[in-house]
Design a protein around this ligand. Sequence first.
Ligand SMILES: [Zn+2]
Length: 220
Amino acid sequence: MRMYLRHPLLSSLGVDHGFGTTGSDLRPTCLTVNQVHGTKIVSSCEYRDCEGAPEGDGMVTGEKEIEVGVWTADCLPVLSSTESGTFVGAFHAGWRGASAGIVPSGLQKISGESRVPVSELVVVLGPAIGPCCYEVGPEVWGAVRLKTPSYTQRAERTLDLWGLVTHQLLLAGVPEENIGCISLCTRCHPELFYSHRGWGKLRGKRSMLNYIRPANDDRH
Ligand SMILES: [Zn+2]
C-alpha cells in the first residue's frame, strides 16, 4: 500500500501535498534540505545557488513545477500555503525547532517572498509524537518558555508539539479556521508511521517524507 495522508484545508486549494506513512513511495524529484534541528528556511531559488542540498529545516517555493519536503520520524511536519495555493512551504519541527519558533519563521519567509500576509496563510500540522508519548525533561520547557512564555499545558512531563505550534500560529495572526491538524501519534501507530522513540534501532534511517507543491494558478 502506498499512502500519503492529505488534509482537506490544502486539498480544497488545489495544492498537491502529503504526509508520509511507512507505506509511502519515494518522490525522487522532491527538494529537501539537510535537517539540523535549527530554524533556517531555504527557498527553491536559494537552493539552486548551493552545491548539493543546503542545511536547513524547511523549504518554501512559488515555482509550480517544484515540490518541497521535510523528513520526520516523531518530529512534527508542517505544511503551509497561501490561500491562492501558489506559494507553499514545508517545515520540520522537533522540540528544538518548535521552541525556537521555526514554524512562525517559516510563515514569515512565505509571507516575505509571496507578499501575502501571514493572516492569509493556511497551515496544516501533520502526524508527530503526541503528548501521550512525548516525555521531555526540564531543558525542553526551559527552551519553550524562552520564546513562547504564554504557552502552558496541564501536564509538563510531556510536550504537546501540536498544542505549542498551534499556540504560536494564533499568536502570529493565523486565523483558527486556517489551521488544520492530523493529530495521529507516530509512536502509538507503528503500523502507519516510523517512530524514532517507538521503533528504536529497528527503524534504521527510515523516515517519512512530507511534501507540498504549489497549485496550478490557471484556475484563478
Ligand atoms: Zn502516543
